[in-house]
Design a protein around this ligand. Structure first.
Ligand code: XUL
Ligand code: CO
Length: 453
């Protein structure tokens, strides 16, 4: 493939075949490069779709990857990755030009990146730092010009061989220290670029075998690392939350941040909940044996919900396939929990999602994002309709009505003991209960999916 233009030079448009910008054309369009559902300015539930969905493009899958998998090399047409290794910074600038051209044409308001997605590691830490600073300067210019904002930044603490036994949970404190330095720099850059959140995915914080792993010690290291990250956030005046992204396994057999409940227990134990919140990834929820809606509901119920990595798994593949969201039903149930939680504040929907290795053309990036954004926009409309649907609301609220009466209130108010309830049972007999109405509720969801426009 062709080499790139020199650093500072104007690259050619990388997506010349795509008209600018992608527009909303509605359900009757046959234009594959138009939105059918996502209409940024349409009001849903009192806010525009853009405000409710807060879409972000992920830099790593869309601009830094080339389609390689564990059985074969890259297949995707990504000319901005073609510079020779000595010319890594030329490639980084070209990649950034391609990323912003794509994002401006797509019309998603946010992006997310790892430090290493935007700036290659140098031969010393000082060089790595100055490369990150240079690319941060370039990004600030692109952001200013385009109006595209940063949903979150993060540090890649899993790709380099030094992190093969973890970063915060590495047995070697030198590795912990290096990871801490990387997080300090990535968090400062996130703040500088106006990022709304800072994410920590514990990519290799876990283990393959307990034979050589000191589980308790590694958890203590992890808590120390997080506490230091929170302290740094205050030191530099970054006002967004830190977000942990749970994942149960892959690449390791067991990850410490396995699911939302595990992470929230850990955060509470170390008095970090609130400072540190949750970024729920749909496919990671599936891998943990949960529905994504369950993970959002758990995070919301326990006071830790913030953001979502929107993607999907595959029914028969047991790994993190990171497909773009395709199921309106699945995502309607996710968005229902988001709306029940009050909607996004600093969080949003980041497409941590990739094309299949066969999807080689640059324009496939548009098809994938348009499909993902339309799926989520449709899901938002369904969820909002469900929130407003009185029958649907009654199905849930009706099951708990008894708690408003004397008995329910005296139980929750701590006014009665088990012995009191035993005495009472002798007088009133056994309760019969009522239907759970599950099929009726499912039919209502199906009807709303069919009905909304
Ligand atoms: C990996 C994953 C990451 C995080 C950011 O499974 O989801 O891309 O979202 O490090
Ligand atoms: Co993710």
């Amino acid at each position: 493939m062709a080499g790139g233009s020199p650093v500072g030079g104007d690259p050619p448009p990388f997506f010349a075949e795509v008209p600018e910008p992608i527009e909303f054309e509605g359900l009757d369009t046959d234009n594959p490069l138009a939105f059918r559902w996502y209409d940024a300015q349409r009001e849903v539930g009192g806010h525009t779709m853009a405000e409710q969905l807060r879409f972000a493009v992920s830099y790593w899958h869309s601009f830094a990857a080339d389609g390689a998998d564990m059985f074969g090399s890259g297949t995707w047409d990504r000319p901005w990755l073609d510079a020779s290794p000595e010319d890594a910074m030329t490639a980084a600038h070209q990649k950034m030009a391609a990323a912003f051209e794509f994002m401006e044409k797509l019309g998603a308001p946010f992006m997310c990146f790892h430090d290493r997605d935007i700036a290659p590691e140098g031969s010393t830490f000082a060089e790595t730092r100055s490369r990150l600073a240079e690319m941060g300067d370039a990004m600030a210019v692109h952001m200013e010009r385009s109006g595209i904002r940063l949903l979150w930044g993060t540090a890649n603490l899993f790709s380099h061989p030094r992190y093969r036994s973890g970063a915060a949970t590495n047995p070697d404190p030198e590795v912990f220290a290096h990871a801490a330095a990387q997080v300090a720099d990535a968090m400062e850059l996130t703040k500088r670029l106006g990022g709304a959140n800072y994410v920590l995915w514990g990519g290799r914080e876990g283990y393959d075998t307990l034979l050589t792993t000191d589980y308790k010690r590694e958890l203590e290291q992890l808590a120390r690392f997080l506490t230091m990250a929170v302290e740094h956030k205050h030191r530099i005046g970054f006002d967004g939350p830190l977000l942990i992204e749970p994942k149960p396994f892959e690449p390791l057999k067991h990850h410490y941040d396995r699911d939302v409940a595990t992470v929230i227990g850990f955060l509470e134990r170390h008095d970090l909940l609130g400072e540190v919140m949750l970024n729920v990834e749909v496919n990671h929820a599936t891998l943990a044996g949960h529905d994504a809606a369950h993970e959002v509901a758990t995070a919301a119920a326990l006071g830790g919900f913030c953001s979502i990595d929107a993607n999907s798994g595959d029914d028969r593949l047991g790994w993190d396939v990171d497909r773009f969201p395709v199921s309106v039903e699945q995502m309607s149930l996710v968005m229902l929990e988001v709306l029940r939680a009050g909607g996004f504040t600093t969080g949003g929907l980041n497409f941590d999602a990739k094309l299949r290795r066969q999807s080689t053309d640059r324009v496939d990036l548009f098809h994938a994002h348009i499909g993902g954004m339309d799926t989520m926009a449709h899901a938002l409309v369904v969820a909002d309709e469900l929130i407003d649907d009185e029958t649907f609301g009654r199905l849930r609220a009706g099951r708990y009505l008894g708690w408003n009466d004397d008995l329910g209130r005296s139980i929750l108010g701590g006014e009665v003991s088990l012995a009191d309830l035993a005495d009472r049972a002798a007088g009133v007999g056994a309760p019969e209960g009522r239907s759970g109405d599950q099929e009726r509720a499912e039919n209502l969801v199906a009807a709303v999916i069919d009905r909304v426009r």
